[in-house]
Design a protein around this ligand. Structure first.
Ligand code: HSE
Length: 436
C-alpha cells in the first residue's frame, strides 16, 4: 500500500486526539484513502509524559527541525497554537514544500494572509478544518458543500467556554464570576480565560469564516467584539420571561452592499435552534441563497472531536498528493484574483432592536427623563418594566426598543448615564429576532 508521511509539531491535547484517531481508525482511514498515513516524527518539548498511546521511541524529538527538514515527510501538522514560534515553523515548512495542517485559529486570524500567500506561491496546501468549530466540519461545508451559494448570513456559537458559562448562568441563575470559577475548576475554562470570555476566540473564528464565505482578505480588526463578562443573572432572568435566551453569537450578514461582522452577547428567541445549543457545544447557522437555512451542531473542542477534524484534513491533503494534484480547492475557497476587500460596516451603522437595563432612582419623572432622551435620538420603546418603589437606592429599569441605530443608541445612553438619578453604566444587549 502507498504511504504518506506525516510529521506532528505539538503533542498536546489535540495532537494526542489526532494520534489516537490514526491508531484507532487506521483500517477505515486506509480503506477510504487507499494509502497509509505514517506518523513518522512528533516534536514536542515534553516527549516523556504518558499520553495513553504507544509509539516507537524514535518517533519523538524535541527538535522541530527534525520534522520540518525531514525530506520524507509530506505533511507537517502544527498543533502548538499561538503566534510564535508556530508562524515561523509553518512558513519554514511551506518553504520546504511541505503540505500544512493546522488548528491554529489565532495564528490564521492574525497572519493568515501571509501564510496563505506563501503557500499559494509554493503550491502547497494549508488545511485548517480543526481551527473553527472543533469536530464540526464547518470549513469544508462552506468551501465545498455550499460552493453554489451566496452566504447571506452566519450566526455562530463558536466558543464552547462562553456557551458553557452562559448556559449555567441561565439554568442555575448564578453570577458570571461564580460560574467562571467553577468552569475553571472543571477544566472548561482556561486559567486566563480572556480569549474565550471576551469574545476574542469567537472573533478569530469569525475572521476565518468571513474570508471563506465572502472572499475577503483576512482582517481580524474589522470585527466588532464584546464579551460576556458584563451579563448578569438579572438580565438573563428578565429576558427569560419575555421568551429570550442570551448567547455569545458570531454574526455576519451580507446584503450585497456591505458585510456586518460582529461578536457580542445576543438575545435570541428561546424557541430558535441556537437558543437550545447548550453547555460547551458549538453550532453554526448558515443561510445560503440557494440552499436556505442549515444548522451544523456538535462538539466545538476536545481531544477526539478536534482530532477527527485534523485527520480529515490529513486525508484530504493526502488525496491530493496521491492524485498528483497540487491544490484542488483554493485555500480560502476563492481564486486568488477574486479575493477582494469589501466594506465591513462599522458597528455604529447597525440597526437592530435593543435591550437596556438602567439602574436608576425610583422617583417621579425618572422614566420620562430617560424616555425623553431616547426620543430625541429617534429610539422608540417597545416595552418597559420597573420594579421597586420610593427609594434613593438604584432599582433596575428594563427596556426593549424597536429597531434603532447603534450610533444613536450610544449617544443616548451616554447622555442618560450622565443623569444624576442614573447610577452606573446602562447594560445594552442587542436582539436578533430573525432566527428560526
Ligand atoms: N477555547 C475554545 C472554546 C476551544 O472554548 O470553544 C477551541 O477553539
Amino acid at each position: 500500500m502507498k504511504k504518506v508521511f506525516v510529521g506532528l509539531v505539538g503533542f498536546g491535547t489535540v495532537g494526542t486526539g489526532m494520534v489516537k484517531t490514526l491508531i484507532k481508525n487506521r483500517e477505515i482511514i486506509e480503506s477510504r484513502l487507499g494509502a497509509s498515513l505514517i506518523l513518522k516524527r512528533i516534536a514536542d518539548i515534553d516527549i516523556t509524559s504518558d499520553r495513553g498511546v504507544h509509539l516507537e521511541k524514535d518517533v519523538f524529538t524535541t527538535n522541530v527541525m527534525d520534522v520540518i527538514d525531514d525530506p520524507e515527510i509530506d505533511i507537517v501538522v502544527e498543533l502548538i497554537g499561538g503566534y510564535e514560534p508556530a508562524r515561523g515553523y509553518i512558513l519554514r515548512a511551506i518553504e520546504k514544500g511541505k503540505q500544512i495542517v493546522t488548528a491554529n485559529k489565532a495564528l490564521l486570524a492574525a497572519y493568515g494572509n501571509e501564510i496563505f500567500s506563501a503557500a499559494s506561491q509554493k503550491g502547497v496546501e494549508v488545511a485548517f478544518e480543526a481551527s473553527v468549530g472543533g469536530g464540526i466540519p464547518l470549513i469544508s461545508t462552506i468551501k465545498e458543500g455550499l460552493v453554489a451559494n451566496r452566504i447571506l448570513t452566519l450566526f455562530g456559537i463558536m466558543n464552547g467556554t462562553s456557551n458553557y458559562i452562559l448556559s449555567k448562568m441561565t439554568e442555575e441563575e448564578r453570577p458570571f464570576s461564580d460560574v467562571l470559577k467553577e468552569a475553571q475548576e472543571l477544566g472548561y475554562a482556561e486559567v486566563d480565560p480572556t480569549l474565550d470570555i471576551e469574545g476574542i476566540d469567537a472573533a478569530h473564528k469569525l475572521t476565518i469564516l468571513l474570508a471563506l464565505a465572502y472572499g475577503v482578505p483576512i482582517d481580524f480588526g474589522a470585527i466588532y467584539r464584546e464579551g460576556i463578562s458584563k451579563v448578569t443573572p438579572l438580565d438573563i432572568r428578565f429576558m427569560k420571561q419575555f421568551g429570550y435566551r442570551i448567547k455569545l453569537l458570531a454574526i455576519s450578514k451580507d446584503d450585497g452592499q456591505a458585510i456586518e461582522a460582529r461578536v457580542h452577547p445576543t438575545l435570541i428567541p428561546e424557541k430558535s435552534m441556537l437558543a437550545n445549543v447548550n453547555e460547551a457545544y458549538n453550532a453554526l447557522y448558515i443561510k445560503g441563497d440557494i440552499v436556505g437555512n442549515i444548522l451544523l451542531y456538535g462538539p466545538g473542542a476536545g481531544m477526539m472531536p478536534t482530532g477527527s477534524a485534523v485527520v480529515s484534513d490529513l486525508v484530504d491533503v493526502a488525496r491530493n498528493l496521491l492524485n498528483g494534484i497540487k491544490i484542488r480547492v483554493p485555500l480560502l475557497g476563492y481564486q486568488a484574483q477574486h479575493i477582494k476587500k469589501r466594506k465591513i460596516r462599522s458597528i455604529d451603522e447597525l440597526v437592530t432592536q435593543y435591550y437596556f437595563r438602567f439602574s436608576a432612582e425610583d422617583r417621579p419623572g425618572v422614566l420620562s427623563r430617560i424616555s425623553g432622551i431616547l426620543g430625541e435620538y429617534d429610539i422608540s420603546i417597545d416595552s418597559v418594566h420597573q420594579k421597586g418603589r420610593d427609594t434613593t437606592d438604584a432599582v433596575p429599569i428594563f427596556m426593549i426598543t424597536h429597531e434603532a441605530k447603534e450610533s444613536n443608541v450610544r449617544q443616548a445612553l451616554a447622555e442618560i448615564d450622565r443623569l444624576p438619578v442614573v447610577k452606573g453604566q446602562t447594560m445594552l444587549i442587542r436582539i436578533e429576532e430573525g432566527l428560526s
